[in-house]
Design a protein around this ligand. Sequence first.
Ligand code: SF4
Length: 350
Amino acid sequence: MQPLNEALSQNKTACGGFSFPREAVSAVLRERDGTVQAKSVPDWLAAGLRYYHYNFFLRRKFGERVQKVSVDAGFTCPNVDGTVARGGCTFCDNRSFSPSRRLPRQGIAGQIEEGIRRLQRRYRVDRFFAYFQPATNTYAPVERLRPLYEAALSHPQVVGLAIGTRPDCVPDGVLDLLSEFAARTYLSVEYGMQTMHDRSLTWMNRGHGHAAFLDAVSRSRGRGFEIGAHVMLGLPGETRDDMLATAREVARLRVDSVKIHNLYVVKDTPLADQFAAGEVTLLDRDEYISTLVDFLELLPPEMIIERISGEAPPRYFVAPAWSLDKPAIRTALDNEFRRRDTWQGKRFGD
Ligand code: SF4
């Protein structure tokens, strides 16, 4: 067995002299049988992080910060237009997704130009992903999708695509198209999983069950693009064990990245009515942070964490107020990681 201190010093050299939390590394290195595996230290942990931040991944892959610029291509959703349901998801402000109102504000190129100008006023960044964000961005025939994705990719500062969609809207022809783009550029396909519990998916009027997510992930594998999952914590009726069952499912499926946020209430949605009637209780910040750390502990260390909170613009936002204070959420998360001396993947496989 290799002595622990030796393994640590070897690893420190290999990680380029970063200062990293030795107590954390020693625990990662020590296998259950007491042997030491220096190779098992993730580089983000070696760099002093407690979870695999998206920005860390981007800097490693692209050598610099890359920012997503949002694109509205005028899609709707099958649970808005009546194909699988009407009204959209309970929490989603999807009024503008109604088919009769789906006229994009302007062309893809114009949106990207405007978005880049806006982002460059806030950040020093030169490269961007075109993020097809609102509604279901694969919900159209291949002939309509192809020119939209092409238009985004043709912008000289766009170095990749991110496409948000539902798992029940990726027929094989669409996946073939996505594979084509993945062969040319960085592509991330973000599926709305939300939860593994069908009763919660029914509550949110999703119009599909967890089986659709399993099917989409299985047919997306090996196609050259990153597979992402969106997950929500604090759905009505879900216990902490239920949420952690979703974490274990995300871990089992080994998606490449995950976005996590708490359930929050936006004006003029069915959820806003339920919240006003006292039918829905939201997580407070301490509950959310504690559950989030539990969740992250169960994920594999190589899974990219794209987001740990979510919010809507203040003029649309109802509750909980703490969701709007992202710096305070990040600080609370960091404090909880330190208090428990833990990190992403510490309990992976438990
Ligand atoms: S959450 Fe997604 S699938 Fe649901 S209505 Fe909104 S955009 Fe459509």
